[in-house]
Design a protein around this ligand. Structure first.
Ligand SMILES: [Zn+2]
Length: 65
């Protein structure tokens, strides 16, 4: 009688819904306006994204986390 090995548990996929954009726009660090738009989801670093403030016209990078 051979000892039966347990089947390895499959790693459960985390989320599985793909990447979701942040629901809330980051506030402008210059004028604190929430009227900002995301230019690019990737800034100079992976965890930052490029945004532009419509109120004052400045570009800034916001952290996604
Ligand atoms: Zn601004």
């Amino acid at each position: 009688m051979r000892e039966q090995k347990n089947a390895p548990a499959l790693p459960s996929p985390a989320g599985g819904g793909g990447e979701m954009p942040p629901s809330e726009n980051p506030g402008c660090p210059f004028c604190r306006s929430k009227d900002t738009e995301v230019i690019s989801l990737f800034g100079s670093q992976v965890m930052t994204m490029q945004c532009k403030c419509r109120a004052c016209g400045n570009f800034f990078e916001a952290s996604k986390y």
